[in-house]
Design a protein around this ligand. Structure first.
Ligand code: ADP
Ligand code: MG
Length: 361
């Protein structure tokens, strides 16, 4: 159990700022997911926390002790953390027990203590009795459990997981997500879980940090990311959102009056007067005979028992929105829509949340 604090952490590879001035704090025992598209810097950030990379600038504190920054550099093995990778990284020639014992070397444990740790950690991940198998005699899910057991056997204060489920099928991913939650609740260890899959992030973590091009766009509870995105990128990335250009007329009491297609609408949000984005999820629009928003169907697919429809806003040029209909629409059908949700942001990047971001303890 250790808190984790990052301050202006930066790491470049040539011209690429893989991690760009990232700051955040997570309290001891938190379950944080870092979410973002491929190449946004998630692995680099995790490797910096682990001590497998050195930062160009900024600092990292684990459990209140600086491990990287102006004051020096603590090597990975002295940071008290465990790491689980997508590739499992098991030694193929060693048994399950051998792999876990390898993770415990240099810890000054007796043979008996090692054996107890191995048995404990295998039973924690539901693999008791498989200690003499070799990795090729295990399924993908079992291998990932061995990798997890190897990390847990060291009793880390902080567990870093880099896309640990990417090689598993959808069913096993669901099983392992539930397993991570159970282990997190049982151990109280601080978890940092990296994924490009928002469903995974939302399912498993109490807080999610969304990354884009090396930067942290927003760190918040899943519901806040969904309902109150801080940036247009978060609005589009999370929950299949669309952003519609609008004029904000004025704002007060957590709502904005906006002009869209010549109509004035009141929508939750916090944008000053001027150009804005109206962030819309499929469930924020529904058909209504005298609905103020006019759109034309461009595509529809039958999904999860209803029709997922994409439509062009008539007066919005090329602006697409999505909604769900109970029946199949006609191609090019004209829709009158009413707003049942939505969130307004300022147009010009003003909404990047203040840093550093923190999870409340
Ligand atoms: N060792 C490296 N050498 C050069 N470029 C790297 C290296 N590691 C990562 N990068 C670059 O840094 C960026 C972030 O990569 P990465 O942290 O792996 O992203 P993610 O894990 O989110 O997919 C990418 O543009 C990637 O190509
Ligand atoms: Mg990665």
């Amino acid at each position: 159990m250790a808190r984790l604090d990052l301050q202006s952490l930066t790491r470049s590879f040539g011209p690429t700022r893989a991690v760009d001035a990232v700051s955040f704090s997570v309290p001891s025992g938190a379950f944080l997911a870092l979410l973002g598209p491929s190449g946004c810097g998630k692995t680099t950030l995790l490797r910096l926390i682990a001590g497998l990379e050195q930062p160009d600038g900024g600092r990292i504190d684990i459990g209140g002790h600086q491990v990287a920054g102006p004051g020096g550099f603590v090597p990975p093995e002295a940071r008290g953390l465990g790491m689980v990778f997508q590739s499992y990284a098991l030694w193929p020639h060693m048994t399950v027990a051998g792999n876990i014992r390898f993770g415990l070397r240099l810890r000054g444990l007796s043979r008996a203590q090692e054996a107890a740790r191995i048995a404990d950690s295998l039973s924690m991940v539901g693999l008791a009795g498989l200690d003499q198998r070799r990795p090729h005699e295990l399924s993908g899910g079992q291998r990932q459990r061995v990798a997890l057991a190897r990390s847990l056997a060291t009793r880390p204060a902080l567990l870093l997981l880099d896309e640990p489920l990417a090689n598993l099928d959808a069913h096993l991913r669901g099983v392992m997500l539930a397993e991570f939650r159970r282990l997190h609740a049982a151990l109280g260890t601080t978890f940092v879980f990296v994924t490009h899959d928002q469903d995974e992030a939302m399912a498993v973590a109490s807080h999610v940090g969304v990354m884009n091009a090396g930067r942290l766009e927003q760190l918040a509870a899943p519901e806040t990311l969904y309902r109150q995105p801080a940036t247009p990128m978060v609005a589009r990335f999370v929950g299949g959102g669309r952003t519609v250009p609008v004029d904000v007329l004025d704002a007060s009491g957590g709502a904005c009056r906006i002009s869209l297609q010549g109509r004035v609408l009141t929508v939750p949000g916090a944008a000053p007067r001027g150009p804005g984005w109206l962030c819309l999820r499929p469930r924020d629009l529904s058909p209504a005979p005298d609905g103020p928003i006019l759109a034309r169907v461009v595509d529809s697919q039958f999904r999860a028992g209803a029709w997922a429809v994409s439509a062009l806003l008539d007066a919005g040029g090329e602006t697409l929105v999505d909604l769900t209909l109970p029946h199949a629409p006609q191609r090019e059908e004209a829709l009158a829509l009413r707003l049942t949700g939505g969130w307004v942001l300022p147009r010009d990047g003003l909404a990047i949340a203040p840093r550093p971001e923190s999870i409340p303890a």
